[in-house]
Design a protein around this ligand. Structure first.
Ligand SMILES: [Ca+2]
Length: 319
């Protein structure tokens, strides 16, 4: 299965690359501004592929700012570099000559089973959908980390990736493409505690120790800012669904992006009233179908230990 990873590395974007590359055909990495500036996230993507020996994967640089919003970054979570914790060597691997938007469109012509996996603001994906409206016919779907069924992190209502570029998210959720959503309601469950990071460190390779040290910086940040015990391993869930789908409980529902609200701009408004004929509603109700028709499959529960087994076993494959 072919996947294209679009993100803003970022500690959890880094783990997404490492998880995907050992199980799926990664046709490229496209970068976007988000956790840090586009310049920094692009350097970080290059550092990640060099750290893991994945320099055969092309990297294409994307858009530097959201469609409408001014850029905003998350140095309080990922540090001034966007990937603080270990000083990785300056990368030498070259970028693709293509812009990320064109890279995405070209990849959609080259592969007929392509999933786009965005793990940052949806700016590049929206721009590609705008630049080539026929893109929707050629991709298998979009599996993304963003939004929440419950509360936000950037604001009470909004999760960071959607909050940074709500208009881009609106383009994506209105596109008609099959969408899988991994929001804070599950990604906060995927908590890399000190014990889970120790398991990664105990793999014993220089690679695993470096990864554990990087993620420890991120864990400490999330502890300081949000009081969380462990590091939320948000982004890799959007990849893990294709490796071990049994790790997740997905429910079809309608998801719209709030673009205006006084308190809720960037919120993913998830219509839990429609839970299809198989699922159950939030309060255990059966076969509720009074809401708007689904446009997405939303992760509502996950096997946390199973996910960390997969992540740890995969990181052990690197030297
Ligand atoms: Ca990210």
């Amino acid at each position: 299965m072919h996947v294209l990873l679009d993100g803003d590395p970022g500690h959890d974007d880094m783990l997404t690359i490492f998880l995907a590359a050992k199980h799926l055909d990664v046709v490229g990495i496209t970068t976007v501004g988000g956790n840090q500036s586009l310049e920094k996230t692009t350097v970080n993507a290059r550092k990640c592929v060099e750290l893991a020996g994945l320099t055969h994967i092309p990297i294409a640089k994307g858009l530097p700012r959201p469609l409408v919003n001014e850029p905003r970054y998350a140095p309080e979570i990922h540090g001034v570099s966007g990937l603080d914790g270990v000083d990785l060597p300056d990368p030498t691997v070259e970028l693709s000559p293509l812009h990320a938007v064109d890279f995405i469109i070209e990849a959609s012509h080259a592969y007929d089973d392509l999933w786009l996996i965005p793990t940052g603001p949806l700016t590049n994906i929206a721009a590609a959908l705008i630049k080539d409206p026929t893109l929707t016919e050629r991709i298998a779907g979009i599996s993304l980390m963003g939004g929440s069924l419950t509360y936000g992190n950037s604001t009470a209502a909004a999760e960071f990736n959607i909050y940074v570029d709500p208009e881009a998210a609106d383009v994506v959720f209105r596109s008609g493409v099959p969408i899988k959503v991994f929001g804070l309601n599950v990604t906060r469950m995927a908590s890399a505690t000190v014990a889970r990071l120790d398991r990664i460190r105990e793999i014993g390779t220089p690679f695993a120790r470096t990864v554990a040290d990087l993620v420890e910086f991120y864990r400490a940040s999330l502890h300081n800012v949000f009081g969380l015990e462990g590091a939320s391993i948000h982004d890799p869930l959007a990849v893990a669904i294709f490796i071990k789908p049994e790790l997740f409980t997905m429910q079809e529902m309608n998801v719209q992006i709030e673009l205006n609200g006084t308190h809720t701009r960037g919120m993913t408004v998830c219509d839990y009233r429609y839970v299809g004929t198989e699922g159950k509603g939030l309060y255990g109700e059966e076969a509720v179908t009074v809401g708007a028709a689904p446009n997405a499959e939303v992760a509502v529960d996950m096997d946390v230990d199973g996910f960390f087994d997969l992540l740890t076993e995969t990181l052990a494959l690197y030297r």
